[in-house]
Write a protein that binds this ligand. Structure first.
Ligand code: GAL
Length: 405
């Protein structure tokens, strides 16, 4: 009997040891799994103050982000407290994770020379930087308005640097592709239609009997290209803008032309420093500003805003099988409360992040320009692969989902 009890005890002991080992293993594996799954949340908080490494709100408005050699560089307009004119230039910040930003200082400084196109007090907006693999240079394009002339100059400016953070050297500014018709007007039919109409018909400053704008006839004439033709000699107007580098390394300058009525998509030269003369008109008469572009699964997507100055309006969205079109318009991509005003923001850039895309927009504060906020949101896709945006107070870059505390 005692031997039997001993044997039972020994068996229980062996089982106990085994169970302990198994449990130990189980707990250890759980710990490993938990440590793998436990990533530090990378929280983006739209509309809030976004402190840099010095604890100061990031000052990079109307900007864009460049990923180069594993580091993100955020370029944008330095805005002052009391004016939206450029008193400093373009600021640059760097980051490894898109949440923590180091102020790298002024990448492109405005000039103290009153004769310079970019003299202090000019309007310098929506700078974007791309890297040219062939030349090894960083190229910045921006919207430039000459000092003291409001928004009438409507120029594109270009600057170049050897390092992502700069300093960038200003090269020149001007209207785009002077003397060259857009590809979609460069055919006999379009030219014949243009020959029948005259911009003068609608120019109140030169013609007291000018026809009214915004009538169906006027829209048809804008669509036919009267303003592009008006600007043929001096080059197309270039205001709100973005840059896009395609799969084949070719870069495109996308800007609001024709009095902000029509977008142009213009190919840049191999060194990205000038235009090749190849360009199309997109959504003629559609009044689009603030273009931001991304490419996913063979489709090019563009999100834009309407034209209401610093006040927010409903975003628009387009897609195309090629950057040069044809572009098809979709409904407003925003959903939920305040969708009709893009949650208070205006698009500026779309940043690829792994397989995902981040919509970047500005919440302007024209009375206190430096206090403008950033509206970064994850781009979501519906069952048909069509992008949409929902407002999130906080979201995590690891999951692309809202964070609830
Ligand atoms: C907005 C434009 C801004 C700025 C502003 C001036 O429509 O997107 O970049 O130019 O107008 O009113």
């Amino acid at each position: 009997m005692t031997i039997f009890v001993h044997i039972i005890n020994i068996l229980i002991f062996i089982n106990y040891i085994k169970m302990k080992q198994i449990c130990g293993l189980f707990v250890a594996s759980l710990a490993v799994l938990a440590s793998c799954a436990k990533q530090e949340p990378l929280v983006i908080a739209p509309c809030q103050i976004w402190p840099d490494n010095n604890g100061v709100h990031v000052n990079a408005h109307g900007g864009g982000v460049l990923l180069h050699d594993g580091t993100y560089y955020w370029f944008g307009e330095n805005k002052c407290d009391t004016t939206s004119s450029a008193m400093v230039g373009v600021d640059c910040y760097s980051s490894q994770d898109l949440v923590h930003w180091t102020n790298e200082g002024v990448a492109l400084a405005v000039s103290d020379d009153p004769e310079s196109d970019i003299t202090r007090g000019c309007i310098l907006e929506r700078p974007k930087v791309i890297y040219n693999e062939k030349t090894g240079k960083f190229v910045m394009w921006f919207h430039l308005e000459l000092k003291g002339r409001g928004y009438e100059a409507a120029r594109a400016g270009v600057a170049v640097a050897d390092n992502p953070t700069g300093p960038y050297t200003f090269i020149r500014s001007g209207r785009v592709n002077p003397g060259i018709l857009p590809m979609d007007l460069d055919n006999e039919e379009a030219k014949a239609r243009l020959a029948e109409i005259d911009y003068y018909t609608y120019d109140e400053s030169k013609n007291p009997q000018a026809e009214e704008w915004w009538t169906p006839e006027w829209r048809a004439d804008v669509d036919a290209g009267i303003i592009a033709e008006r600007d043929l000699e001096g080059g197309q107007m270039a205001r709100d803008m973005t840059l896009f580098v395609d799969q084949d390394g070719k870069a495109y300058h996308i800007y609001s032309a024709e009095e902000n009525l029509t977008l142009n998509i213009a190919e840049l030269s191999d060194d990205y420093l000038s235009h090749t003369g190849k360009y199309i008109r997109m959504a003629p008469g559609g009044h689009n500003e603030a273009p931001a572009v991304f490419f996913k699964d063979g489709t090019y997507w563009m999100i834009t805003s309407g034209c209401t100055g610093w006040a927010p309006n409903a975003a628009r969205m387009f897609s195309a099988p090629s950057i040069m079109g044809p572009w098809t318009q979709y409904d407003n991509p925003c959903r939920g409360e305040n969708a009709d005003i893009t949650f208070g923001g205006q698009s500026t850039f779309i940043l690829p992040y792994g397989d995902n895309f981040i919509f970047m927009a500005d919440i302007w504060r024209p009375k206190h320009p430096s206090d403008a906020r950033y509206l970064w949101l994850p781009i979501q896709f519906d069952e048909n692969g069509v992008p949409f945006l929902e407002f999130m107070e906080k979201w995590d870059l690891n999951t692309f989902k809202a964070v609830t505390e």
